[in-house]
Design a binder for this molecule. Structure first.
Ligand code: HAM
Length: 430
C-alpha cells in the first residue's frame, strides 16, 4: 500500500465550512480599507533574501532563525516572505511610485512564512492583512492608520482588544538610549539567555523582545525609552496621543513595546486581545513607523507607517464568538423519480443563473435519502420535482423550518423564494 503524504507541519488546509469566516474577514478588510483610500497590492511570495536582511534586520529572530531561505536553480538566495512590509516597499521603489503621487496608501493580504515554534495562533504559514501609508511623516498619519485597525476590529465585532503604543525615537536620540540599555543589560548579563548575551553585543534592542521569561523580566525593569526621546520625537509622540484622543481611540502607553523587527523609528504599536483562546499569541496585529527603510533599500527618502494583522488569530477569536459564517442554500431540489433527474439538473442551473443558491444531488437516489440530504444542507426550502410537477408546471416550496408549503409556478421559483421572509436557519441534522 502507498504511504500517505501529509501536509507540512505548521501549514494548515482551509476547507469549505471553515473558509467562510476567512472570507468574511477578508471582505470586511477590503470594504473598510477601501473607505480609507487604501488600494490593494499583490507582491510575489518569494523575494531576494537580501531584502529582508537589510530591512527586517539580520539579528531579528525572523531573519536570523525563522526564514525559509533556499537557493534557486540560478544560484540566487531567495526567501519565502516572512512579512509584507519589505516586499511592498521594494515594489514601491521599483515602480517609482513616489514620482507619481506624494502620498500612497496600500493594503495587502496573503500568506507569510516563518519557521516558528508552533502553538495555538502561531503557525509556519500564516496570513496577514496589512496596510502601509507612504509619504506622510505627520502623527496624523499614524493615528489614521490606527483608526483603520480600530474600525476594522469593530466591523468584525471584536471589541475586547487593547491598543498599546510606544515610541522608539530616531537616529538622533536612540543612541543614548542604546548606551544606557547596554550598560543596564551588561550589569544583568548572567541572567540573560545565551542568545541574548550575543544579542547584547550586536543588537541590544532585540533582547527586549526575547520570548524567554527571565530575559523579559530583566528587560521589563530596564531603562524607559520614552525618557530618552529628543524634542522632535517627543513632540511627534505627544501629538499622536492628542490625535488618538480626537478620534476617540483608547490606548495604553507601553514603554516596553519594541516589536520584533529592526526597521522602526518613532511610533510602534500593537493590538492585544485578552481572550484566552489565543494563549500567549495574543497580539492580533502590530506595526509602526519606518521612515528610514526606503532609503536603506536604495530608494527615495520617503517616510512610511504601517501595520499587519494576523488573520489566523482574528479567525480564532471570531470562532470563539460562535457566529456562523456559512451561507445556507436558498433551495434544495429533490427529484421524485429518475425521469425527472434531467429537468431537476436544468432547473437548478436556471435558478443559479437567476441568482439563487441551489443544492441538487447529482447522485439522485430515493426521495427519502434526498430529503435527508435537504435537511442536512440547511436549505430554506425544498422543491420536489416529479412527473406531476413537470406536466403541470406547478410545484410546492416546502419551508424546511416548518410551516405550510407554498405553491409556485416552475418559471417563478426565484421570485417566489426571494419574496419569502428569512426564517432562522433550521438546526442541521447530525
Ligand atoms: P509582526 O508583528 O511580525 O509585524 O506580525 C504582524 C502580525 O502577524 C502579528 O501581530 C500576528 O498577529 C501575526 N503573526 C506573526 N507571526 C505569526 C505566526 N507565526 N502565526 C500566526 N500569526 C502570526 C509585521 O509583520 C510587520 N510587517 C507589520 C508592519 C506593517 N509594520 C509596518 N507595517
Amino acid at each position: 500500500m502507498s504511504q500517505k503524504i501529509n501536509g507540512v507541519k505548521g501549514m494548515n488546509d482551509l476547507l469549505p465550512g471553515e473558509i467562510e469566516v476567512w472570507q468574511f474577514v477578508e471582505s470586511t478588510a477590503r470594504t473598510l480599507f477601501g473607505r480609507f483610500g487604501y488600494g490593494e497590492v499583490r507582491t510575489p511570495v518569494v523575494e531576494d533574501t537580501a531584502l529582508f536582511v537589510r530591512s527586517v534586520g539580520e539579528e531579528t529572530d525572523i531573519v536570523g532563525k525563522e526564514m525559509y531561505t533556499f537557493e534557486d536553480k540560478g544560484g540566487r538566495s531567495l526567501s519565502l516572505r516572512p512579512e509584507g512590509t519589505a516586499p511592498a516597499a521594494r515594489a514601491y521603489i521599483e515602480h517609482s511610485v513616489n514620482n507619481q503621487e506624494p502620498v500612497s496608501r496600500w493594503f495587502y493580504m496573503g500568506p507569510m512564512f516563518r519557521y516558528e515554534r508552533m502553538k495555538t495562533g502561531r503557525y509556519r504559514q500564516f496570513s496577514q492583512i496589512g496596510a502601509e501609508a507612504y509619504g506622510a511623516k505627520e502623527p496624523a498619519q499614524d493615528a489614521e492608520l490606527m483608526d483603520v485597525v480600530v474600525q476594522f476590529l469593530e466591523a468584525l465585532g471584536l471589541t475586547d482588544v487593547t491598543l498599546n503604543i510606544n515610541s522608539l525615537g530616531d537616529d538622533n536620540c536612540r543612541p543614548a538610549y542604546h548606551a544606557k540599555l547596554v550598560e543596564y543589560l551588561n550589569a544583568h548579563r548572567e541572567e540573560l539567555c545565551a542568545d541574548c548575551q550575543q544579542r547584547l553585543e550586536r543588537n541590544p534592542l532585540r533582547v527586549l523582545d526575547c520570548k524567554n521569561e527571565k530575559c523579559q523580566a530583566v528587560a521589563g525593569a530596564g531603562p524607559n525609552v520614552l525618557e530618552f526621546l529628543c524634542e522632535p520625537c517627543r513632540a511627534h509622540f505627544t501629538d499622536l496621543q492628542r490625535k488618538l484622543g480626537v478620534l476617540g481611540i483608547r490606548y495604553v502607553v507601553n514603554h516596553r513595546l519594541v516589536r520584533g523587527l529592526d526597521y522602526y523609528t518613532r511610533t510602534v504599536f500593537e493590538f492585544i486581545a485578552s481572550h484566552p483562546a489565543l494563549g500567549t499569541a495574543s497580539t492580533v496585529g502590530g506595526g509602526g513607523r519606518y521612515d528610514k527603510m526606503m532609503k536603506g533599500l536604495g530608494g527615495p527618502d520617503v517616510p512610511a507607517v504601517g501595520f499587519a494583522m494576523g488573520l489566523d488569530r482574528l479567525v480564532l477569536l471570531l470562532k470563539e464568538g460562535g457566529k456562523t459564517f456559512t451561507q445556507r442554500p436558498d433551495l434544495f431540489i429533490a427529484v421524485a423519480d429518475e425521469g425527472s433527474q434531467d429537468q431537476g439538473l436544468a432547473l437548478a442551473s436556471r435558478l443559479r443563473r437567476e441568482g439563487l443558491k441551489v443544492d441538487f444531488d447529482t447522485r439522485g437516489g430515493s426521495l427519502k435519502s434526498q430529503m435527508k440530504r435537504a435537511d442536512k444542507s440547511g436549505a430554506r426550502f425544498t422543491l420536489v420535482l416529479g412527473e406531476q410537477e413537470r406536466q403541470s408546471g406547478q410545484a410546492k416550496l416546502k419551508p424546511m423550518a416548518g410551516g405550510e408549503p407554498i405553491p409556485v409556478a416552475l418559471d417563478a421559483v426565484a421570485a417566489t423564494v426571494r419574496a419569502q421572509p428569512e426564517a432562522p436557519a433550521p438546526v442541521p441534522a447530525v
